[in-house]
Design a protein around this ligand. Structure first.
Ligand code: KG4
Ligand code: ZN
Length: 389
């Protein structure tokens, strides 16, 4: 099989991205234009502004991905684009552009689910490292600003299938990081800032209750060898997540500990600084704030890890993948590796640039579909709520 070069395009949220990937196993170029500065004053992604920024960025980003790869429009073999889930208007920018390019160049176009892209980011990373021997079944935790989902992933030849066995009932984990950062006057996006600051606080200082999700039988899947069958859908709830409670708990803590004036001071100091550096944040946080941040992060991480490992045990998986923006978190990576190693379970992450939104993962996920000639019809459209099966 000759090498196949796929140009991936991703525009589902607030990053305009394009990448060229060779045969699903090597990143040749990977360009990401972040809209961080546009959305920061609003403390979150504003959908209409996101679409407008994608329109401005898409052509230069694709051109750069091609020129970084030493490729031309004509010399790629196929195009791949994110179909969903994501913001409809943002997705449409990437899709319309990819369709026009595919039509003009007479190249095949492949539609990719963003969540499948995150899972393939791990596979891409492993192939780049030369690791081709993965144990199956795989349990993938996709943990980002929009998702906290657990999938069992299997493959038959080049065809991949997924089964969702757990998800958040309310906020996604990344959303909780972002909302707590906003409450603390730390700007947007909050995950990377909390990640850096948490190392400076005491993670045991503030006690938060772990989320309590009721399920039919709490004993099920809690010990090794208690396998859950495919018919036990009702029990899947055991592996659901919930993160709106911890956000409310942080808010209550701020109020009862009279932290509002220091938060306001931090918010206005950061508002005057268009590109704050890590030391600017640190200088603006007192000890109780750092302790609160460290405790929040620790609670989130312990919950993500304990539920994922419980699911791994119940479904007797051979490998765990952790992917999506929150998988860039340092403490999450270290703790996951440590706790999974205690159970003899390999846990794999993408490199940090492949954890957050990017188009290399879209081009990588498209490769098996290219081999299967699973091309998108020209009338396909964005699907904001696209599910992964
Ligand atoms: O995968 P992603 O780039 O976009 C979505 O598909 O949502 O994930 C973005 C999310 C944001 O909520 C961001 O705060 C969070 O990932 N994030 C992090 C870190 N880096 C990004 N959360 C915790 N620690 C990080 N280092
Ligand atoms: Zn994502």
């Amino acid at each position: 099989m000759p090498d196949t070069y796929i140009l991936g395009i991703e525009s589902s949220c607030d990053e305009t991205a394009a990448a060229v990937v060779r045969s699903g196993e090597q990143v040749i170029s990977n360009v990401v234009a972040s809209q961080f500065a546009t959305h920061a004053p609003y403390g979150g992604v504003v959908p209409e502004l996101a679409s407008r920024e994608h329109l401005k960025a898409i052509i230069p980003v694709v051109r750069k991905a091609l020129s970084d790869a030493g490729k031309t429009y004509e010399s790629v073999d196929a195009l791949a684009v994110t179909q969903g889930p994501g913001l409809a208007g943002a997705l449409l920018v990437g899709i319309s552009y990819a369709k026009a390019l595919a039509f003009a160049l007479s190249k095949p176009l492949i539609a990719v689910n963003h969540l499948e892209g995150h899972i393939h980011a791990v596979l891409l990373e492993e192939r780049q490292q030369g690791n081709r021997e993965l144990g199956f079944p795989v349990l993938a935790l996709v943990v980002s600003g929009g998702h906290t989902h657990l999938y069992l992933a299997e493959h038959l030849g080049d065809s991949w299938s997924y089964r969702n066995i757990g998800k958040t009932r309310d906020d996604a984990a990344g959303e909780a990081f972002d909302k707590v950062a906003k409450l603390l006057g730390l700007g947007y996006p909050g995950g990377p800032v909390i990640d850096r600051l948490a190392a400076h606080g005491d993670p045991r200082a503030v006690k938060f209750a772990h989320s309590q999700i009721k399920h039919p039988d709490r004993r099920l899947g809690s010990s090794p060898g208690q396998k859950i069958s495919n018919d036990d859908d009702a029990y899947g709830q055991r592996f659901d997540f919930s993160y709106s409670g911890i956000k409310t708990a942080v808010l209550r803590y701020l109020e009862t500990h009279h932290m509002q004036s220091s938060i306001e001071a931090r918010r206005s100091a950061l508002a005057g600084n268009p590109k704050p550096e890590p030391e600017n944040y640190l200088g603006l946080c007192d000890r109780p704030t750092l302790d609160l941040i460290a405790s929040f992060q620790r609670t989130m991480i312990e919950d993500l890890i304990s539920k994922t490992l419980a699911a791994a045990r119940a479904y007797e998986v051979a490998t765990v993948f952790v992917t999506g923006g929150v998988a860039a978190n340092q403490e999450l990576r270290q703790s996951f590796e440590r706790k999974a190693a205690q159970e003899g379970l390999p846990v794999l992450f993408p490199s940090r640039p492949l954890s957050t939104d990017n188009a290399a993962m879209i081009a990588a996920a498209a490769y098996p579909k290219f081999l299967a000639r699973d091309f998108a019809p020209m009338d396909f459209s964005a699907e904001a709520g696209l599910a992964l099966h």
